[in-house]
Design a binder for this molecule. Sequence first.
Ligand code: KG4
Ligand code: ZN
Length: 354
Amino acid sequence: MSELPADFTILALETSCDETAAAIVRGGREVISNVVASQMATHERYGGVVPEIASRQHILSLAPVVRAALAALPNGWEGIDAIAATHGPGLSGALLTGLNAAKAMAWQRGLPFVAVNHLEAHLYAGWLGSDPPPPFPLVALLVSGGHTLLALIRDHGDYELLGQTRDDAAGEAFDKVARILGLGYPGGPAIQAAAAKATPGGMLPRAWLRDSFDFSFSGLKTAVLHRVQDRLAQMTRLSGRKGAAEAPQLDAAFVAQMAYAFQESVVDVLVTKTVDAAPRYEARAILLAGGVAANRRLREELARRASVPVRLPALDLCTDNAAMVAAAAFYRFQAGVQHGWDTDVTANLPLGSV
Ligand code: KG4
Ligand code: ZN
């Protein structure tokens, strides 16, 4: 392992899903610029990300996003020492746009290039702006739209998977339940907002999967679906409108109550398993990462129940961004990793693979 200069500056791209992002990070932890062009509005009407549309939009957004990120450096390109991009996991077509753009820029500028694992990048959001950096060993809970996993991080790049979801990812469950409740996309922020309006109370099941750090959220999603179907049937009976032209609408109080009970159930299982894992693996801290790490209840409960310090990335660094990619790249470069021009995307790249 060779020490990089403390001011080693990386330009990184992130295009694994529906955000086109470019960022510049100095020394692995100082964010110089962090630009994200969200495609959320484009995909909202479909209730989820449409891969082909995402790839096309990345191609349109990449150049302006890179230009905006570089504008933060007085000497522009002269201030960049290396380039990085996500190469998996994610949507293949979407990944290809950012990976190829980054390789082309690195080749043209004669700069070193490293390809980054998106899951590892989420974890490295915990290094951004942190002083001192997170201490090893760490127990990390990574909860995003595509993944839910609990990992032990012994050192940079040294991971042990302790558990993962057996069905839906936590963010995916938020998105699917939001759709069942008629709330918007993405579901996480919509559920959080609806839950805040509920009177606390009401229980939904929790899948504990005893003696395992694995998770399961699909039963919870089905429980919400059944409650909604019962409620709609009850409303139809009460209004005597069976067979009426327009379907009954869920009332806001019921939606808020379901959102609340769903969020409590997810947060309880995630937090319980994470705080149990920390002492078992003698972790010096817990790290929370991924889009669902932006959830207010999850952040509060984890901090309240943990017996070791909890590292919570800033909200805008939880959801997809390129600053976290640059941070992960810094520590990979430091470990001597570089990638060639033949590097390809890997849609299902596991944590620990680069
Ligand atoms: O990490 P991310 O931006 O993309 C993936 O790599 O998947 O995560 C997106 C996920 C979505 O499922 C979204 O609903 C969820 O993160 N999310 C939240 C919140 N903000 C975003 N879930 C719960 N509460 C939030 N406040
Ligand atoms: Zn992500």
